[in-house]
Unconditional design. Structure first.
Length: 257
């Protein structure tokens, strides 16, 4: 998608990866940016508004664990910016000790905000179509048993993106789904892994994981926006140590009639 002149919603925009994505999107000439997050970051907002004066940048507070809050946020976006072409679902937590919050934010949150956005975007409902990017993880491709709840939610996000990209759904909605799966990226989420494990016996391994090769938030953001510009409906892209790799899946099963 050519981003020039587009209206974009970014949920989780003030996070470590999110804040770099906001700059990258604005550098690609988007017209309007609606940032959704649980807490306003006035400093980031003011810096962006100063640096990208041609764009309209708004913040709407929401809590992705709350259905009503999600619905209200999308309603407010549309009241304020009329329509949007892109939604990036970028909220996430790594909190193995809190199963409910992990599932609520990482999986239910992505599903609920996608389903809240679709009626506004869907061509079969008078919308203009567009692109939804879901941020999964390498933990949504392969196993991280030391973060087993997180891994489970991210596998769900990857599967959801693949299902929503089905041709029949695309024919109805005209909305493409792209899933990005970052590897370890320098943000608060990826700090002190050993304190975030599912079971204490993984602490030693995760102390080592703290020193594993990682990419900057800036590089990750550049590649997220590159994939948004050039990716295909249903594409699953691993973004690890600065590289982009499209993932393909074998077919294991098909219904027989
Ligand atoms: N950092 C990594 O190594 C890494 C790797 C792979 C995938 N990811 C994924 O990338 C995304 C961004 O992660 P990050 O590393 O920038 O983390 P981060 O903690 O810096 O940012 C997470 C964002 O989600 C928001 N958020 C959390 N709970 C929320 C709630 N209840 N309601 C609304 N917003 C909420 C936070 O306010 C924050 O802006 C997440 O989906 C994460 O799982 C991160």
């Amino acid at each position: 998608m050519d981003l020039n002149g587009k209206n974009v919603i970014y949920s989780g925009g003030f996070g470590g990866i999110g804040q770099h994505c906001l700059k990258e999107l604005l550098s690609n000439g988007i017209k309007t940016l609606a940032i959704l997050d649980v807490k306003e970051n006035k400093e980031i907002l003011a810096d962006l508004q100063k640096a990208y004066r041609a764009a309209t940048i708004i913040f709407i507070q929401f809590d992705i664990t709350n259905k009503e809050s999600i619905a209200a946020a999308f309603k407010e976006v549309v009241e304020r910016i009329k329509h949007f072409d892109v939604l990036i679902n970028g909220c996430g937590v790594l909190m193995e000790h809190n199963i409910d919050i992990t599932i609520e934010v990482n999986l239910l949150g992505v599903i609920r905000s996608t389903l809240a956005a679709l009626p506004y975007m869907a061509k079969n409902n008078g919308g203009r179509g567009g692109v939804i990017v879901n941020i999964s993880s390498v933990a949504g491709l392969d196993l991280m048993p030391y973060f087993s709840i997180y891994t489970t939610t991210k596998h769900g996000v990857t599967a959801f993106g693949r299902c929503m990209a089905d041709q029949k759904a695309f024919d109805q909605f005209g909305v493409s789904f792209i899933t990005v799966c970052p590897g370890i990226t320098e943000t608060n989420l990826a700090a002190d892994y050993h304190k975030k494990v599912t079971f204490d016996f993984y602490q030693e391994y995760c102390k080592k994981l703290n020193t594993a090769k990682r990419q900057s938030g800036e590089i990750c953001a550049k590649n997220i926006v590159k994939v948004l510009r050039t990716g295909r409906n249903g594409g699953i892209y691993m973004l690890d140590v600065g590289e982009i790799k499209e993932i393909t899946y074998p077919e294991f099963w098909k219904a027989e009639f």
